[in-house]
Design a binder for this molecule. Structure first.
Ligand code: PEP
Ligand code: MN
Length: 296
């Protein structure tokens, strides 16, 4: 692979070679070319991310305080939410914006989630963070801005924890799958692909959700495919309908930004939903998923 100019016949004539196939794709291992069994990521105690159940990942854009984590975990416990997201290393467009509480924040985030059977999903921005984060993370998130940080992808390929890989702002689907291939080829097969909107000519919204991506990725690959409608549309009143659309488009999971007082969130407050709105949405997301299962 990777070498375009060679003589296939010469290879085919070598002793012991039965057949030679030319692969013109930049990704193979994460494709259905060789595997058709869908990935199941097993967290134990019956908790799984797969194509046969719906996963909801919710939480603040950034972890802001221990009280915030305690309050959010309380809402999750009441409503049976099992995956909490929250950034402690935040990739921000401006260096003057809030950039997260780092490891200290991750430790209390983990402590309260762990005590309540909730899994921690958080972004890793750099290879140097992996080891120190490792003990406090259940799913490493790779952000849109890092989808082609190849050193990071290589390093996550060596890690024994799942990776949620977000599509870059202007990344093609082939590039997204090729980034997943980096992780997979390093040895880590537990990868979740996440559509989160791409940048388009239209500035009305922050990004444009590429709904096409969801059925396409599900057809090309056997990995679970999530959708993050918070970072796509960027305004809170439209997030739910995008989540429902993503479910109908066959998404296996939805990632949502939520906050007790969204207007006061340290980051991404325009796209963050309140707990009440989230619980209402969660109910409709679940119903939509059940409906989808009855018709497809
Ligand atoms: C986030 O999940 O808070 C985030 C920064 O997302 P993205 O990488 O998709 O912009
Ligand atoms: Mn965010």
């Amino acid at each position: 692979m990777g070498q375009e100019n060679f003589d296939m016949q010469e290879l085919g004539d070598l002793p012991g070679v039965k057949d030679v196939h030319f692969i013109d794709k930049t990704y193979v291992l994460v494709s259905r070319m060789w595997r058709n069994k869908d990935t199941v990521i097993d967290f134990g105690d019956g908790l799984k991310i797969s194509r046969t159940n719906l996963t909801i990942v919710a939480g603040p854009c950034s972890i802001e305080s221990e009280d915030q984590v305690v309050e959010t975990v309380g809402v999750f416990k009441e409503n049976g939410i099992k995956f909490m997201r929250g950034g402690v290393f935040k990739p921000r467009s401006s260096p003057y914006s809030f950039r997260g509480l780092s490891l200290e924040g991750l430790k209390f985030f983990w402590k309260h989630c762990r005590a309540n059977g909730i899994k921690v999903v958080t972004e890793v921005m750099d290879c140097s963070q992996i080891d120190k984060m490792y003990d406090y993370v259940d799913v490493f998130q790779v952000g849109a801005g890092n989808m082609q940080n190849f050193d990071l992808l290589d390093a996550l390929g060596k890690v024994n924890k799942p990776v949620l890989l977000k599509r870059g702002l202007s990344a093609t689907l082939e590039e997204l799958l090729s980034s997943a291939e980096y992780i997979f080829s390093g040895g880590n097969e537990d990868i979740i692909l996440c559509e989160r909107g791409i940048r388009s000519f239209d500035k009305t919204f922050r990004n444009t959700l590429d709904l096409n991506a969801i059925p396409y990725l599900k057809e090309k690959s056997y990995l679970p495919v999530f959708c993050d409608p918070s970072h796509d549309v960027g305004v809170r009143q439209f997030i739910e309908v995008k989540a429902l659309a993503a479910i109908m488009a066959s998404a296996d999971g939805i990632m949502l930004e939520i906050h007790s007082t969204p207007e006061k969130a340290f980051s991404n407050n325009f796209q963050t939903r309140s707990f009440r709105e989230f619980i209402d949405s969660f109910d409709r997301i679940r119903k939509t998923y059940i409906f989808r299962k009855t018709i497809f």
